[in-house]
Design a binder for this molecule. Sequence first.
Ligand SMILES: Cc1cc2nc3c(=O)[nH]c(=O)nc-3n(C[C@H](O)[C@H](O)[C@H](O)COP(=O)(O)OP(=O)(O)OC[C@H]3O[C@@H](n4cnc5c(N)ncnc54)[C@H](O)[C@@H]3O)c2cc1C
Length: 562
Amino acid sequence: MMIPRYLVSFDTGQIPNLFCDVLVIGSGVAGLSTAHSLSHFCDAMLVTKAGLKDSNTNHAQGGIAAVLDEHDSFESHIRDTLLAGAGLSDPVATQVLVTEGPSRVVELLRDYHAKFDMRDEHFDFAREGGHSCSRVVHARGDATGSEVETALSRAVIDENKVKIIEGAFAVDLLMDGKVARGCLVFDSKGKLIAIWSKFVILASGGTGMIYLVTTNPRVSTGDGLAVAFRAGARISDVEFVQFHPTALHIPEEPKFLISEALRGRGAFIVDVEGNRIMEGIHPLLDLAPRDVVASRMFEVMKEERKNHLYLETRHIDPILLRKEFPTIFQHCLEAGIDIRKMRIPVSPAAHYMSGGVVVDLDGQTDIPGLFACGEVSCTGVHGANRLASNSLLEGLVFSKRIAEYLENHVKDFTTSRYPRISFELDWRKPRFKLGLLRGNLREVMTDSVGMMRCEKGLKEAFEFFERNEEILQTEFMSVPGMELKNMFEVGMMVAMASYLRKETRGCHRRRDYPDVDDWNWKKHIDLKLEDGEICHEGRLTHHPGIDEVELKFVKGFAYGRD
Ligand SMILES: Cc1cc2nc3c(=O)[nH]c(=O)nc-3n(C[C@H](O)[C@H](O)[C@H](O)COP(=O)(O)OP(=O)(O)OC[C@H]3O[C@@H](n4cnc5c(N)ncnc54)[C@H](O)[C@@H]3O)c2cc1C
């Protein structure tokens, strides 16, 4: 199947050209924090495909995991992260995440005036799945993401140094030879523009919309992953799609998340008879890592022929429920569920892409000039399964590192000559009904490349892609059309990596290969586009086992230390 280099036909000599030092794509935690840091020393521009706050970040509930309590330790947070990552997390990147994280959280509080929930002038820590202690800081109870997004966007808007273009859809990277030098953008008036820059930062978030049932908002169509892939970037670990165990099971899109923090406060999952389903499954019971809880739910739902289970909350102090989980409380109430008196119907939903564009510790991809941070990137910290509340943290830590790196390098780049690029898609007249094909794609991904996979189902997914291959050659001058092509390409990547990985590990589950197979599969699956074809390669991890990791830092209290 041939994937064309660009989504649409264009000629940069025939469209408006804009220039900046650094172009940031996306306005979630990763994009906003990078753009804000960059604006202190260079001319930064930010494009985002919808409104400034339309992002996964704005929906995040539970909080940010960071070692900020004297009873906690770096070692413990690293261990929890590596354990969740099921042998594929990179311990060096994880050390960076964990040791630099506390300073980034303190900066949010001190410099961006984010209002975290406090108790006696200390952070009020919550506990979430896979964490061996309470270390998750949160804001407005269960509205942490909205507080973070508001604080960062306020800083960017008030200082007025970043040029922001809303409604600007990043279509494809513009290259000077093998170096990324900007992006082709489809603006809110339906016109293409070329934005040239010395460096490009991809911060375009996740891929949840490729599945029918997801907690992600509509903007999460995996555009950035497809953009980087078409330009030749190495993509890794995309088979590890995390399904969150407890999305509210009512007909709405996206699915409303019932944060794990509620289980941290004692809620537990039961079947229709009220039996606890996690007893005897994992020592952490309902706070086991997400892959464990979600797959147990999947099993029970299948056995009992149900499409959902329940979260039991009625034994929790009703005043606490309302005070600590105001968003969940209100949302459920509006759906006719009073969580003080009724169990919450829940089912797993696609939540997080653990893999992405491979980057080093400074956020550099293998395309010179291109950086990536946040959910679109693969720093290596999540391995086969992300630990709860490590994602906002990753966005903060690695975006800061990119800005620090560029502060030393942006001045070195002096050229003001950019190439003229044109492309003609050998296009076919659209014969697809966009909405129908989008629905079909999401259904195939859910049925065949979802929580439980097997060779037969994955082959059916490939047949779907082959049958509809023509979509790749079809030219759509509309955001839904371009999103659909991106979703199609991301779907192919996830299906291919899932087919190749013949084992069960982290959030990749194979019915036909139910065991972990370290001997053959303790490695990453890298995908790359070469001459329009998807190529794959196994990259052996050199990650030592958890007990072999040498922790090179001082154990213990970490407040404010990098
Ligand atoms: C319901 C929910 C709850 C969550 N709770 C938590 C939590 O408690 N703790 C935690 O750590 N993580 C949580 N997560 C995960 C976390 O929110 C995300 O992983 C994180 O916010 C990703 O940040 P980001 O900046 O990489 O991407 P996003 O916040 O998704 O931002 C991506 C941006 O890129 C833009 N964009 C996308 N494509 C294009 C394009 N083609 N052109 C231009 N712009 C584009 C989007 O519009 C958006 O502005 C949660 C996620 C969800 C969905």
